[in-house]
Write a protein that binds this ligand. Sequence first.
Ligand SMILES: [Zn+2]
Length: 201
Amino acid sequence: MLNKRLAVALTLSGLLAGATACGAPAQTAPASATPSATTAAAAAWELDPAAGAQRIKAAGLDILTAEGTAEHYHAHLDVLVDGKAVTVPAEIGFSFGADGQPNGISALHTHDTSGVIHIEAPTAGLKYTLGQVLSEWGVLDGKDATGAPHSGTGGWTAYVNGAKQNAPISGVVLQAHDEVVLSYGAAPSPVPSSYAFPAGL
Ligand SMILES: [Zn+2]
């Protein structure tokens, strides 16, 4: 299922990206990335493709038919719950048709599960935030009343390039080659402070 979806995403990426540098091959998630026993907590972090269009709009972004070319940069996101990594899904910021095929993309999106956030915008100079990524992902939005780490922003701390952020996590602005860490519970030690972006990103 995941591999099929990734293949679809890659096809769309190829169609949408054209000759842009974003055509860099996406990393295929290893089979071991899918836990054999999916817990409810883990499932709550998964992306719901059917909600993609609605969540792009909730993030205040437009659904585009192609990746924008006026601005193109990348940041990296690590999500840690008590030091344990949560997978950042592929295809955050995509919309899908009733047939399950991608039919749109926002300026802020992921192509794979590496945690690399792509900003490919048709307009230069706009700011994109961690909160918009989370809106598109559909997590930490306060709609899950279970009190689990994914249910709201309480208990979360953000770090950018190793520096703890004092402002609300949703307002963290993503800048080129930022390493952003979202941490819940026990603070990571050490805090990841940089990310080795693949060549071209
Ligand atoms: Zn890109």
